[in-house]
Ligand binder design. Sequence first.
Ligand code: ZN
Length: 327
Amino acid sequence: MTEKNFEIRQFHTFEEILALEGFVNKQPITKEKYKKILGHYDFDFDVKCCLEKPNSRLCNHDHQFGFVVRLQDNSVSILGNVCAKNHFDADTNIRKDLFAYNREKRRQEKFERFYTLLADKDIALEKLKVCLNSIEEQESIVLDFYSELEPLLQNILINRSRDRSIAVYVTLTKYFKGEEKGGYEYIEKRSSPTRLGSLNSLRVFGSHYFSTAKHQLKKIRRAFERANNIQQAIKTSELEKLSVEIAAIENVDKLVDDTKIDVSSFFSNDLSLLCYLHPSPNVRFKTARVVLNRAGKECGKSKAKQWLIEKDLQIKHSNNADKIIIE
Ligand SMILES: [Zn+2]
């Protein structure tokens, strides 16, 4: 690999190339005649490649992107972007130079992109602050609700969030008279699992849900701080990594929106389903109070008890059942 430092020069018009000292129209390029790369062009029209093929004819392919090269006799000609790669061996100087030129060009483009992003640092830092506040606001809405729930139910929500289990099932039992045998009347029962509904977006109770979002925002903030102190000698790979990290600023609105959507989606659930996740009457009753409170309804002890009894009755009636068993 050559260790030359390439000056990257882009020719923006064909006239710029024509004006170069030594430019010769249709001047054949061979690996022996090649001397150095002067720059590259990236037009929105085609120019013809002057690479000389082994059969001594010019390549003549049309290229919008390619290189301007100087030859050993100091003349200047034009080479299509992929032609050297297709026609010359990797160990030729022309291939090595093109590789190094492209690498340096990409490195400079990355620097440019990096400084463009960095120029908006103050706006970005302000935006990060606003986003972090929004996420924390959503987190406190969820935490306020969560902290009122019984620890047994809290665990269930965490486990369900981890297992992505959203359906709420109970077992409904129906009693009915069996056949009379030998003068005895038998009561038979029939039980079946029944789906009451589902609880969407339980992921907001995941132990890392909010911390992951906050961590992402803080990581971008730290990247901006690091970016401020970089030196020109920074390795391209490090610059690239840092660029990717600060470019993540472009996705923070979506991060906040997604969080708001999840939280709002959870609270749009039929929250009475939370009363059917644990069999303990005490847990169910306390959950009923939290759910009523959340809905802005009266949640006194007797109100909550009554509400829960009515919920159970509704389920039994609509499913023609005598008993609800919560597992
Ligand atoms: Zn060509």
